[in-house]
Design a protein around this ligand. Structure first.
Ligand SMILES: [Zn+2]
Ligand SMILES: [Zn+2]
Length: 306
């Protein structure tokens, strides 16, 4: 049997050398298993996580930045390699390389793409790719944020003018908390506020934010809550129905120690529970009333000073 030698390094060739005139090491160096650009950049939507390199926005299987990166790499950078079908590919994210923006968004990172030939498992190759991520809003989310399609409304109401001070106090509180939340999650913000006769309507960027506001108010105020939703259209890209959710929040017009006249007797507001109020008169008679009772038309309430 004739001995063959590597044309590059001169080493004797093994029986299963991948090439007629080269050893495995030289062969891999001379003709890498695959070649891809060293840099890849794509856009992702800040609100919904869809990603894109040109016009089309593609929905990821999950709105999670790691999944979005892998899917974008597979779809745009490695597509032709996958199509060939001759290489087993694997991509891994190097967490050490993460670069964040001032708003804590992952801006760039290194990925290692490695591949092994399906024909000869000894032939493998790996390459680093620098990935840059640009954050934008997809067409659909731009419309949503534009205000025509805000997702939810919180309606803050008091019973009458006497209680307007409460709206002001609640607004200060809500705006402060929402600004803090926005720092952490830029999808959460108040689109606009509209004055109404007995309060204010807050238009919100997400339904999540509506629930958040209800939760923080519950910890600090007593109110009656009524939720409703209305079909306003369809998400053109996702094909889902879009609902505008509403939460009507009516603050009860009483505080502890207020005096209320019921059937000719004066009662003091002794305590306000989760959805009930305990009242007591001078004869130590106790009354328990639902919140809704205090929205009655001819209720006489004398507010405790201060
Ligand atoms: Zn060689
Ligand atoms: Zn979007």
């Amino acid at each position: 049997m004739v001995h063959r030698f590597c044309a590059i390094c001169g080493k004797p060739l093994e029986e299963d050398a991948p090439h007629f005139g080269m050893c495995l090491e030289c062969y891999v160096k001379e003709s890498p298993l695959f070649e891809i650009p060293n840099h890849f950049s794509f856009r992702t939507c800040l609100d919904c996580g869809k990603y894109s390199i040109k016009d089309e926005w593609i929905e990821p299987s999950e709105n999670n930045i790691y999944i979005i990166i892998k899917e974008a790499i597979n779809r745009f950078l490695l597509k032709s390699l996958y199509r060939k079908g001759t290489i087993d590919l694997n991509s891994s994210i190097d967490e050490e390389s993460f670069n964040f923006s001032s708003k804590d968004l992952l801006k760039s990172l290194e990925m290692v793409i490695s591949g092994t030939s399906k024909i000869n498992k000894k032939i493998s190759y790996q390459q680093n790719v620098k990935v840059s991520i640009n954050y934008e809003l997809c067409k659909n989310c731009t419309n949503l944020r534009g205000g025509t399609y805000f997702l939810s409304i919180v309606q803050l109401r008091v019973k009458d003018e006497v209680n307007f001070y409460k709206i002001k106090e609640v607004l200060d509180f809500v705006y402060t908390q929402v600004e803090k939340l926005f720092e952490k999650d830029p999808r959460q913000y108040i689109t606009k506020s509209v004055d109404e006769k007995y309060g204010v309507d807050l238009y919100l960027s997400t339904n999540e934010l509506m629930n958040y506001i209800i939760k923080i108010l519950r910890g600090n105020y007593h109110f009656v809550l009524k939720r409703s939703k209305k079909l306003v259209g369809r998400d053109i890209q996702g094909g889902k129905n879009l609902y505008r959710q509403k939460a009507l929040i009516k603050f009860i017009p009483i505080r502890r120690n207020d005096v209320i006249e019921i059937e000719g007797k004066d009662y003091i507001v002794e305590s306000i529970l989760k959805n009930k109020v305990i009242l007591r008169n001078q004869k130590d008679e106790k009354l328990i009333k639902d919140f809704s009772f205090f929205f009655g038309e001819n209720l006489s309430i004398k507010h405790e000073q201060g």
